[in-house]
Structures are given as C-alpha cells and as structure tokens.
Design a protein around this ligand. Structure first.
Ligand SMILES: NC(=O)c1ccc[n+]([C@@H]2O[C@H](COP(=O)([O-])OP(=O)(O)OC[C@H]3O[C@@H](n4cnc5c(N)ncnc54)[C@H](OP(=O)(O)O)[C@@H]3O)[C@@H](O)[C@H]2O)c1
Length: 325
C-alpha cells in the first residue's frame, strides 16, 4: 500500500509542509498499520512546525488520527483488521496511512463517526484530565477558560459546566461570543476589549476564580494570576500567543498564596491504563450527550498549509480536521 505523507525538512511557516508518496511499512511486533480517514489538527502541530517546540528533522507532524486497521503485527491482541481506531499523542499523523504502537490506539465506539472522533480525541482527553485530575472541578467553583470557543476550549467549558462550575469564558473577538456561550460558558468576556480581571472580579463579587485554564500563554498569564481567588490554581497548559514569561515564586506568595501547574496530556495518559480510563470517560460524556462535539472545520490533507494559516490567524472555532485526499 502507498501513502501520501507530509514532511517538514526545516522549521518555518506553513510553506515548509511538503508532500511525498511512499510505501506504508508493514507493522512490526506490537504494532498496527492504519489507513487514516480523518486527522485532527492541534496547536502543538504549529509549535513543532514553527520550531517553537524543537523536533528532530525531518519529521511528519500531527498527533491525532482516526482510521481503519489494515494489518496487525505479531503479539497484538484485541485489535483486528477492519477495527476503527483512534490515536492521540503519537507524532506522524499527517499521512494517509501509518504504523502505530498498538498500545497507543483505542477502538472508537460505533456511535462516534470518524470525523467527530478526530475532532475530539486529543482535545477531549485534554479536557478530561484538566477538569478531573489536574484539578478536580466541583459544583460551586468558578472556572475561567481562555480561548473558550476553540477546540479544547469548547469541550472544557461543557465538561466544567457539567461538573457544576460557573464557567467564565474568554474569547478574542465578538464573533466568538455566541460559540463560547453555546459551549457552556455562563459568561463570556471579549479580550482585550473588556478587562478580564475586572470582569472576573465583578462576576464573582470580588472573590476571584478557583481555577484559570490558560492555553494562550504569553498574552494572558499575568491576568490569569490576577483573576484567582486566594489559594486559587493557574493551569498553564498552552501558548497559542507564545511561551508565557517566567513567574517569580515571590509573585505567588503573601495573601494570595497561589498555585501554578504546567501540565501535558502525555503525563496524564502515559500508561495504557490511564489512556483507557481517559478515553472511556471521554466516550461516556460524548455518547451520553453531556459534551457535544460540534462539526469541525475540515480541510483536505493536501490543503494542510491553509488549515495551519487559519488556526494561527485565530480564524477557527472548535476543532479542525484534515481529510486524506
Ligand atoms: N498541555 C496539554 O496537554 C495540551 C493539550 C492540547 C492542547 N493544548 C493547548 O491548548 C490550546 C488550544 O489548542 P487547540 O488546538 O484547541 O487550538 P484552539 O484553541 O482552537 O486555537 C487557538 C486559539 O487561541 C486563541 N489565541 C489567543 N492568542 C492567539 C494568538 N496570538 N495566535 C493564535 N491563537 C491565539 C484564539 O482564540 P481567540 O481568538 O478566542 O483568542 C485561537 O482560536 C493550545 O495552546 C494548545 O497548545 C495543550
């Protein structure tokens, strides 16, 4: 079987995403060969392509794919040819087919179609660990979510609301207010048109938020800390606007006594058991209708550079999915 595969030979703009055709290798021991039907686009793909996250060259970007098992390597149990599987967190997804470690894929429930699965696996497992394990969101808490209309943001808002929190979403433009509200944000703040800290203080009667989920980084980290109540938690889990500046420990102390964490999905689905638990919890909330995955924006894989441009220019809402063509 031949495949189309995207390669990056030098870090840079979207134009460094190039295409080649090559045979798909057979699966080795403990591996499966998968023909992709849908590929999730994630902001980490931009960091790796641009060089913000240095990645050994050349490499094939992409961390999230869904498809059909076409061959099973020795020593693999529980997966058969024809199984519909998803993977999140294994580099090399921008291809029409690839070989994956069998212990890093999960079977997709029948009720979830391929494009929806590609829109939700990495972002949804991120939402899962952020609201259930990194911090345990509970009824009555106030949660601030940056980029609330984005891919992770929409899932995070819905899940936090389901757990009983009051959700304050921040978005970068008025056009995204409705999207964030439809995704469960009780209040939506347009930044920088509105002052986030003032709005959070106003909405909480000067108390502040219990937790701020900040995926924007450089532009927001200071305000995020100032939104917190005493002993509140900043979860700095992304840098769509650039890496956040270092925070002096002394800035956390005194009457505020704040907490900060900088989590990564890899650390929360590191073991097979964690991956199974996280994906099962995600499948439950999605198939149960608690968290709705909006139809993503789709691009053919051949237009992956345009997809990157749209994501970087803040022109997307929800998830973006690439379809092999
Ligand atoms: N640590 C983890 O485990 C983990 C896992 C998955 C994702 N993430 C992080 O979560 C974030 C969201 O990922 P995603 O794939 O779902 O993307 P996304 O949120 O759909 O897109 C990024 C959004 O960030 C906002 N943004 C603010 N300043 C920006 C800037 N200067 N340039 C571009 N965007 C800017 C934009 O929303 P507005 O226009 O509304 O401001 C934009 O739509 C990323 O930072 C990603 O790295 C972290």
């Amino acid at each position: 079987m031949e495949r189309t595969v995207v390669a990056v030979h030098a870090a840079g703009g979207p134009e460094v995403l190039t295409f080649t055709r090559e045979p798909v290798p057979p699966p080795g021991r403990g591996e499966v060969q998968v023909r992709h039907t849908a590929i999730g686009l994630n902001f980490i793909d931009v960091y790796q392509r641009s060089g913000l996250y240095p990645t050994a060259l050349p490499f094939t970007p992409g961390q999230e794919s869904v498809g059909v098992v076409t061959a099973v390597g020795e020593g693999v149990s529980g997966l058969v040819v024809g199984a519909r599987v998803a993977s999140a967190g294994v580099l090399g997804a921008y291809a029409s087919a690839r070989v994956l470690p069998a212990d890093r894929v999960v079977v997709v429930p029948d009720a979830i179609d391929d494009v929806t699965a590609a829109a939700m696996m990495l972002k949804g497992m991120t939402a899962e660990y952020l609201v259930r394990r990194c911090h345990r969101v509970e009824a009555g808490q106030v949660v601030v979510v940056h980029a609330a209309a984005g891919g992770v943001g929409q899932l995070l808002c819905q899940w936090a609301r389901h757990l009983g929190a009051t959700v304050i979403g921040a978005v970068g433009s008025r056009g995204k207010v409705q999207v964030a509200a439809a995704s469960g944000a009780h209040h939506v703040v347009v930044v920088p048109e509105q002052h986030l800290v003032d709005e959070v203080k106003r909405l909480t009667g000067a108390r502040g938020a219990d937790v701020v989920y900040d995926s924007v980084g450089a532009d927001t980290v200071r305000a995020s800390l100032d939104c917190l109540r005493p002993r509140g938690l900043l979860v700095s889990f992304g840098q769509s606007s650039g890496l956040p500046a270092p925070i002096a420990l002394s800035a956390l102390g005194g009457a505020r006594s704040l907490y900060v964490t900088r989590p990564s999905l890899h650390a929360y689905v590191h073991t097979r058991a964690e991956l199974e638990e996280s994906s099962a919890a995600l499948f439950d909330v999605v198939t149960g209708g608690v968290v709705k995955v909006r139809a993503p924006m789709t691009f053919p894989l051949s237009a992956v550079a345009d997809a990157h441009r749209a994501l970087e220019a803040r022109k997307t809402t929800g998830s973006v999915v690439l379809i092999p063509d």
